[in-house]
Design a protein around this ligand. Structure first.
Ligand code: GDP
Ligand code: ZN
Length: 294
């Protein structure tokens, strides 16, 4: 039986991409017994009825999934933050990074609206943040829609991956998607206008082929809460803390007040940024207390 990937779900049909052919499929119901319904992003076994239609027989193992947008098997998260308006927040970025690391999603960081920085001190600050995050191992792109080629820097990173765009409202996610590919613009604008349902249209996601990979046409991220992340998991969600924690004296060291903690030493030596460590401690408290964010 052929294997394919669901790239779109609409009106009870699943569109399965297999070897450059798109099949409009229905589920055969076998997976309904397991209370699992197909998601965009799923790898499936299907049976082709003809060159255009078929049936989904089996959903293969999902490595992860999101609720918003409803999509599975996400490889990469494109985190969009604006330099200004709204102002860049390293703490919010760290929160997104933790959520992605916990789901095994590889993050890349985009800082938009670089054209709006009026003050050279802020410009310096943003460039220093970019260096800090690159040092940790995250790709960082500084961009402005005024110069589309700065946005298109991310295209080579899309290859062979399913990517989802995430970030606060107003940072420029839609503008970025539009700049990457005009088909993405058609998807967000046209459908809701045409049906006249505006913003409350039930969202359907579609994966768009771009740069040799697939990108979700709908930005989003399910939640900013650390639900499902335990205190022990948190050090592993900060790559540089994870790296140094191997040298801590105590196994299970949470790098707070424990003696001979290699992470605290690395902070003191400047090998780990103090603001990253501060955010780690704050998130750890939040997880321990499970207190709401505000
Ligand atoms: P979203 O909510 O994240 O999708 O943000 P939008 O794409 O809707 O952008 C919010 C506002 O920021 C819009 O008015 C955009 O025109 C503006 N914007 C987005 N990117 C840039 C940029 O690089 N430079 C400037 N000057 N404005 C931008
Ligand atoms: Zn430690």
């Amino acid at each position: 039986m052929p294997k394919g990937k669901i790239v779109k779900a609409l009106s009870g049909f699943y569109y399965v991409l297999a070897e450059n052919m798109l099949y409009q499929c229905r589920g055969r119901g076998v997976f309904r017994k397991n209370k699992i319904s197909p998601l965009v992003g799923d790898e499936v076994i299907f049976q082709a009825e003809n060159e255009k239609e078929g049936y989904i027989l089996e959903i293969l193992h999902r490595k992860n999934e999101l609720i918003r947008p409803p999509i599975s098997n996400i490889d990469q998260g494109i985190l969009v933050f604006s330099a200004v308006s709204p102002d860049f927040s390293a703490k919010l970025l760290d929160r997104f990074l933790v959520l992605m690391e916990a789901k095994n999603i590889r993050p890349i960081i985009c800082i938009t609206k670089m054209d709006l920085i009026a003050d050279h001190v802020i410009d310096e600050k943003i460039r220093q943040f970019a260096k800090d995050y690159e040092k940790i191992g995250y790709p960082v792109f500084l961009m402005t829609t005024k110069e589309p080629e700065t946005v298109k820097q991310v295209i080579p990173y899309l290859k062979d991956s399913i990517s989802v765009i995430a970030g606060q409202s107003g940072v420029g996610k839609s503008s970025m998607l539009n700049c990457l590919d005009h088909r993405l613009q058609l998807k967000t604008g046209e459908i809701s206008d045409h049906l006249g349902r505006g913003k409350h249209t039930t969202r359907h996601v579609e994966l768009i082929s771009l740069g040799g990979g697939l990108v979700a046409d709908t930005p989003g991220f399910s939640s900013l809460e650390f639900t499902g992340i335990e205190a022990d998991d948190l050090p592993n969600c900060f790559p540089e803390i994870k790296e140094f924690s191997i040298q801590c004296k105590f196994r299970g060291c949470l790098h707070q007040k424990e003696p001979k903690c290699a992470v605290k030493e690395a902070v003191e030596n400047g090998d780990i940024s103090s603001y990253r460590y501060e955010h780690y401690l704050q998130f750890l408290e939040e997880i321990k207390e499970r207190k709401p964010r505000y």
